[in-house]
Design a protein around this ligand. Structure first.
Ligand SMILES: [Zn+2]
Ligand SMILES: [Zn+2]
Length: 438
């Protein structure tokens, strides 16, 4: 039985993140999701690092736990660094996930980075150094430090992205490229897409949520069966030993899956983009070329096989999105939150529920409709509206005709929720208590 790691996340000191992100909300969020090893994010930010030093205690080698935090959650020191520089006459913007096995190594990385740029204003600092030179700084900070190219296909900010990336990881890190052994696939691609590019065969594919709020933790994660130990995880990423696979978004849900212009309301498949010469039919400018196009551009394996280094993966939909679809309300609503809390309380963590809980147990706890929904998701029987140019896609389980029955309450039956204060049951939209029954 393995465990889940989600190493790329952010603190409230990064731009555009939830103000509520503290070590405690992160640890509690990880416990809800079923994540055993959570990245701290943002360790280069002095104020966040001070909180890490004050709040975390050493646990297993290279891992930390929060004092009085949920017992099963460990932290790993991680940060995302953005590098912007010119190479080969093009501006390169590449994001990197950096990890450290201890406070000293993290401090060393931060003090080296402070000499080359500003690490004070953003938890994810933007530095004018090359990817290669960032890697050198990370390697010099001591044994066990790691650099993993982040969300490698994102058009604007990644090692292989269509706008500012390279055609191979090796090209990005130059003479030090041999020290890179794992890459993060990002939300808009899944391992099967990455298997089409032979130059990635030598890298282990890992997944993380890149969460900017606690409720997004674990939307992607890596499954490990190695020891609960920083150095064992590093070895798993390097050799594949103890790396079991990943849990993924359906890649269409990612916000850069297809091509297009968000402002123009134009979404194009790779074939449509090619037919139009890459030009937006509304504004006449170049479209943002998404991940699928870019993967197909670099693809040199078309038979659908998994390379030897490959690992299985499961494509999941966040529980809040499934419940929201069943209730016919937004996924960020209080009702959805309460329903998810009660499901997790009776069935275990979210990742367990989505990935491996017995469908009969789900049926017993929450009714036929949720059991049917989870079964369809696991079988990949979902409807996909792909994301593009920064707009998230939408994955739905039920057809519109079925959706009408859901929102009319026909498929909503009896209570999911615990009795509210004063003894009243939680009410569904139709006045019926919430249970996802047909
Ligand atoms: Zn990033
Ligand atoms: Zn346009």
């Amino acid at each position: 039985m393995g465990f889940f790691a989600d190493l790329h996340i952010h603190s409230r000191f990064s731009r555009a993140t939830s103000r509520g992100l503290t070590l405690r909300t992160l640890a509690e969020g990880a416990a809800r999701k079923g994540i055993s090893v959570l990245g701290t994010g943002d360790f280069t930010h002095p104020a966040w690092f001070a909180e890490l030093e004050a709040g975390l205690a050493g646990a297993e080698p290279g891992l930390f736990r929060l004092e009085d935090g949920p017992p099963g959650v460990r932290f790993m020191l991680t940060a995302e660094i953005s590098t912007i520089y010119k190479q080969g006459d093009r501006v390169r913007k590449v994001h990197h996930l950096v990890t450290a096995p201890g406070m000293d190594a993290a401090r060393k990385i931060s003090s080296s980075l402070a000499k080359v740029g500003n690490i004070l204003s953003d938890g994810r600092p933007i530095l004018g150094i090359t990817s290669r030179n960032l890697l050198e700084i990370v390697l010099q900070a001591g044994e066990g430090t790691m650099l993993v190219p982040a969300h490698i296909w994102t058009p604007w900010f990644s090692a292989l992205g269509s706008k500012s990336g390279f055609d191979s990881i090796a090209e990005c890190y130059g003479d030090l490229a041999g020290h890179v052994f794992a890459v993060e696939t990002g939300l808009s691609s899944d391992p099967a897409m990455n298997w089409m590019v032979k130059s990635l065969d030598g890298y282990r594919l890992i997944s993380n949520s890149d969460a900017h709020s606690a409720d997004k933790l674990g939307r992607e994660a890596t499954v490990l069966s190695c020891g609960l130990d920083y150095f064992a995880i590093e070895r798993a990423f390097r050799t594949g030993e103890g790396l079991e696979g990943t849990v993924e978004f359906f890649p269409e849900e990612g916000k850069y899956h297809l091509d297009g212009h968000r402002g123009c309301g134009v979404v194009l498949t790779p074939e449509e983009t090619a037919e139009r010469g890459g030009i937006c039919p509304v504004c006449g400018r170049k479209v943002t070329v998404g991940v699928l196009s870019r993967v197909e551009e670099l693809a040199d394996r078309h038979d659908g096989t998994m390379p030897e280094s490959g690992r299985p993966f499961s494509s999941l939909i966040p529980l809040a999105e499934i419940v929201a679809e069943l209730m016919g309300v937004g996924s960020a609503t209080k009702r959805v939150r309460q329903a998810c809390d009660s499901l997790i309380a009776s069935l275990g963590s979210e990742l367990h529920l989505l990935r491996e809980a017995d469908v009969e147990d789900i049926r017993a706890a929450a009714g036929d409709t949720l059991a049917l929904a989870v079964g369809r998701m696991r079988a990949g029987e979902v409807h996909r509206e792909a994301g593009f140019d920064g707009e998230y896609g939408r994955i739905r389980i039920f057809r519109d005709s079925e959706g009408d029955r859901l929102s009319s309450g026909e498929l909503l039956g009896t209570p999911l929720g615990r009795p509210k204060k004063g003894g009243a049951r939680a009410k569904g939209k139709t006045g019926q208590p919430m249970r996802f029954d047909g």
